[in-house]
Design a protein around this ligand. Structure first.
Ligand SMILES: [Zn+2]
Length: 140
């Protein structure tokens, strides 16, 4: 019986032979101390680059998102007259932030791999920015 253990690459999400595993050891706030496996030195490099960015910005990105989710609806509620303008600012703020810091949740990153999770985050970012522009068109 040929029992080959397959494992998923954290970067590209492709399955590969466990024997070819490269273990990425890099302390980060997304996966904390979990062992991280990738399929090639190239993907190891890209994963570390991503984790380095996460180490520097993941927590602050999450915090600013939480603050934004509180402040913008609050402002929109208090200044009902400026609802569109406030929503537009929220769209640009959130969209541009997500474009620069394309972080999603640890659960999603594990499920689809880092590469796809970045693409998903950037796609959402562009959609949100476009919503901002459509609001801008309504305002002016
Ligand atoms: Zn890979």
């Amino acid at each position: 019986m040929n029992k080959k253990i397959k494992i998923k690459c954290l970067w590209c999400n492709k399955q590969f032979d466990f024997k070819k595993t490269i273990n990425v050891n890099y302390a980060n706030p997304i996966f904390e101390d979990e062992p991280l496996f990738v399929c090639s030195p190239e993907h190891s490099e890209k994963t570390i680059e991503f984790l380095e960015k996460a180490r520097n910005y993941y927590n602050s990105t999450y915090l600013s998102l939480l603050i934004a989710l509180f402040i913008y609806p609050f402002l929109a509620f208090v200044f009902k007259k400026y609802f569109l303008i406030i929503t537009m600012f929220m769209s640009f703020d959130f969209g541009i932030g997500l474009l620069i810091f394309p972080f999603t949740t640890p659960h999603l990153i594990k499920k689809v791999g880092i590469l796809k999770s970045i693409l998903i985050a950037k796609t959402i970012a562009i959609i949100v920015i476009l919503i901002g522009f459509s609001l801008l068109k309504k305002i002016i």
